[in-house]
Design a protein around this ligand. Sequence first.
Ligand code: 4NP
Length: 177
Amino acid sequence: MTARRPEPDEVRRVLFVCLGNICRSPTGEGVLRRLVERRGLAEAVEIDSAGTGAWHVGEPADRRMRSAAAERGYELASRARQVSAGDFDHFDLIVAMDRANLGDLRDLAPGGARAELRLFSDFLPPGSPEDVPDPYYGGPQGFDRVIDLIEQGAEAILDHLLDGTGTGANARRAERG
Ligand code: 4NP
């Protein structure tokens, strides 16, 4: 049986957001994209990434991030862009890589926007760090750490996007209030 092409209103949409849109959020996009392709869901899930800052708009992902990702078979093909007001209506779920990104998104969100704003670590197992650490000014191990964390959370994000489940999410949100 071949899967039916989803209607536009059935497509689920997720946006990953970090500061520069050249390290962490392009990795979120690349890791989730491979997961949905493996599950045969490429047409059912739209995935994008953006930054709260505009310094790198138009640039490919950071060379160090691309090469760490390529070591694990991920191609990061994004070009950096800044978050826009329309993103808050277009996407079902916006995932911030750290708490500063989440705070900035809350400040930017238009009133009544439909996207659900979440922290990436909501989808990580209990005891995980609250932030996906910014690797930009650090050494090479920081880029591997980004991929480790994103690989750990990607499945729960996809589950949440598709049917509202996802490990750890509710407990963590309740803790933060
Ligand atoms: P990202 O990393 O937010 O994971 O893309 C950064 C990239 C660039 C800068 C900061 C963080 N920057 O200050 O230029």
